[in-house]
Every structure is written in structure tokens, then in C-alpha cells.
Write a new protein. Structure first.
Length: 37
């Protein structure tokens, strides 16, 4: 995750990428949970 912060030094795109990363992680977690049931 820290690689994202290091690559983009502009605060706004950095925040947008961070939120998108969190949303993607949550979506992956939900998919994994459903698949294991």
C-alpha cells in the first residue's frame, strides 16, 4: 500500500487511489468470503 503513496506525490490523486484501493480490497474480501461458503 505504501508503494501507492510513494508513486504519486500529489495529495488529491493519492487520496483517490487510496480510497479506490480500499474499495477494491473490500470487494475482494467479500468475493473471497462468498467463495469459501
Amino acid at each position: 500500500m505504501h508503494l501507492l503513496w510513494r508513486q504519486d506525490r500529489r495529495p488529491l490523486p493519492k487520496l483517490t487511489q487510496f480510497i479506490a484501493h480500499l474499495q477494491q480490497g473490500m470487494a475482494d474480501a467479500l468475493t473471497t468470503t462468498r467463495a469459501s461458503e
